[in-house]
Design a protein around this ligand. Structure first.
Ligand SMILES: [Zn+2]
Length: 117
């Protein structure tokens, strides 16, 4: 892969990683073990009104799938950055063929080519 494109994609990944971590840390705390796992903060109750508490729980429940999606994207970004380090970036994990640059530009953390996705 062209070095210039690779460094552009690396920059995108690093930026994306920071954005995701920021987003996650706004409502979740990072779990130290297992590595890379995040937990949505469960609301703390300190004698508030019942309907307020119900709202908090509702918010917590609605955030769980968001957390999961962000967490998976973050994980894929870390995997992609690791691959760049090892010089294995841009190869489909399934068929071992090159993933197209166009695809990587849209989704730099892609692990599979279009066919295998
Ligand atoms: Zn493939």
């Amino acid at each position: 892969m062209n070095k210039k494109i690779l460094s552009q994609l690396k920059g995108k990944l690093e930026k994306g990683k920071k954005t995701l971590e920021k987003e996650l840390s706004s409502f979740a705390k990072k779990d130290i073990k297992p590595k890379g796992d995040w937990d949505t903060r469960y609301p703390k109750f300190n004698g508030g009104k019942l309907d307020e508490e119900a709202q908090e729980v509702e918010k917590y429940i609605s955030l769980l799938p968001v957390e999961h999606t962000l967490e998976l994207r973050l994980r894929d970004m870390n995997i992609a950055l690791e691959k760049i380090k090892k010089g294995k970036y841009g190869i489909c994990e399934k068929c071992r063929k090159k993933i197209s640059i166009e695809r990587l530009k849209i989704c730099p953390e892609a692990r599979f080519c279009k066919k295998c996705q």
